[in-house]
Design a protein around this ligand. Structure first.
Ligand code: ZN
Length: 435
């Protein structure tokens, strides 16, 4: 914690301030307003990186920030900041002066909902407006960021916003990528008015801390009846493609015992995935979400089956052990049925624990505010996992109705949105205004 010095008396469990007129904040109204950018007829929202809806939304947000007394500024990647300048009363050493930043991402999946990402951006803008209105300029600079990209929906690259801010990736890593229409990343960023030749500053930016308010996108909070999820870790994951090879043959003339049926072997392997995951217990999850078979004909024994495998857990050793056990079982099944087996790893992301101090400050706020909360891992990836290695980072979840997300039906009740907002405001007050 030596790099995160907040201006507050540590150890106190009292709220930093009672919050006046919080209920008057127009959170739901502003979320509805933002969802009009990229709205589709089915009630969903599609804003893909640098497309027209995305550009309009990000520029409208900049205007909104200005209206609300925040200084808006874009960077070359298209990330948008709204800054509430501090009075410079920090103790003046390096990281201590870096702003406390909240926010999330503006982009969506195709036909996504209106809460994923947008909630954290809108809540951040309104939190800073609220704090300025009621308490004036903070001691320490507070910022809200509307990150340009998280989902990887247009180009095959996720977390572009946070990766470019933290310097994990630069334009040279992505410029050659193409979207479905063959437009390159370099072209798209230029057409949107960003990129190295624009007048904006470079994306690289130092944060004192990053706090992301987000919908849970799962059912845990709603099912267990809690208002707030304090994220303990963001899960690590491994993704594979598994290929099982057999022999195509006549479905009528090949006796069952003489077959080398790739699809039947794959089916047994998929059952093994489920059993091994169940045996490992929570929070391990393993998913086979896609399978293809060749030649893919109803009256021919399959010569080849390829299936996906996604394994997630908050501990790397658990992911590794689970994969090891699965691979052992796959090999046994393949040998028994005289099938070939090949596998390829596509993705390996290590689990990221969230910052202890911010996490415990969130817990204290929930206790004082009498909000029912649990500590929980995030099974989905978020920008916070990119920020945490660069600065102290924490995430606050609110319930998602029926756990539905990446879908026009995504919904969080206004009451729940407001509870998350309350926690965010208290936390920003503590870090921005605490004595
Ligand atoms: Zn999101």
């Amino acid at each position: 914690m030596n790099d995160f010095e907040v201006h507050t008396s540590s150890g106190t469990k009292r709220p930093t301030h009672p919050l006046p007129q919080l209920e008057q904040v127009e959170l739901k109204g502003m979320l509805d307003w933002l969802s009009a950018y990229g709205a589709d007829a089915q009630g969903g929202v599609t804003r893909l990186l640098y497309d027209q809806a995305w550009c309009k939304a990000q520029h409208a947000l900049a205007e909104k920030m200005q209206e609300k007394g925040l200084a808006p500024e874009f960077d070359q990647s298209g990330n948008l900041y709204g800054t509430l300048h501090g009075r410079g009363m920090g103790s003046g050493t390096g990281m201590e002066e870096a702003p406390i930043v909240t926010g999330s991402h503006i982009d969506t999946v195709v036909h996504g909902g209106k809460y994923d990402g947008a909630y954290g951006v809108v809540a951040g803008v309104l939190a800073l407006e609220y704090l300025q209105k009621h308490f004036g300029a903070p001691k320490r600079t507070l910022e809200v960021v509307s990150l340009c990209e998280e989902e990887g929906s247009r180009f095959p690259f996720a977390y572009w916003g946070s990766r470019s801010i933290t310097g994990v990736s630069g334009l040279e890593d992505v410029q050659h990528l193409k979207d479905q229409e063959g437009i390159t990343f370099a072209q798209a960023i230029r057409d949107a008015g960003f990129g190295p030749n624009s007048s904006y500053r470079t994306a690289s930016h130092t944060y004192g801390a990053f706090i992301e308010l987000h919908i849970e996108q799962g059912q845990i909070l709603e099912r267990l009846g809690h208002s707030i999820g304090i994220v303990s870790d963001i899960v690590g994951q491994k993704r594979f493609s598994i290929t099982v090879s057999g022999e195509a043959n006549h479905a009528g003339t090949t006796p069952m015992s003489w077959r080398k049926d790739a699809l039947a072997g794959a089916a047994e392997m998929i059952t093994a995935v489920r059993n091994i995951a169940l045996e490992a217990g929570e929070p391990l999850v393993a998913t086979v979400g896609r399978i293809t078979a060749d030649p893919g004909v109803g009256n021919v024994v399959a010569s080849r089956a390829v299936f996906s495998l996604d394994i997630r857990h908050i501990r790397q050793e658990s992911i590794d052990r689970c994969w090891h056990n699965m691979l052992q079982e796959f090999s046994r099944i393949a040998a028994e049925q005289q099938l070939g087996l090949n596998w390829e790893e596509h993705l390996s992301v290590t689990p990221i624990p969230m910052n202890d101090q911010i996490t415990s400050d969130i817990r204290d706020i929930c206790e004082v505010e009498q909000l029912s909360y649990i500590h929980m891992p995030s099974g989905a990836g978020h920008d916070s996992q990119i920020f945490q290695p660069a600065c102290p980072t924490a995430m606050i979840f609110v319930p998602s109705h029926d756990g539905i997300s990446h879908n026009p039906l995504e919904y969080t009740a206004e009451e729940d949105l407001m509870k998350g907002f309350r926690v965010l405001v208290q936390l920003l007050y503590k870090y921005g205004y605490g004595s």
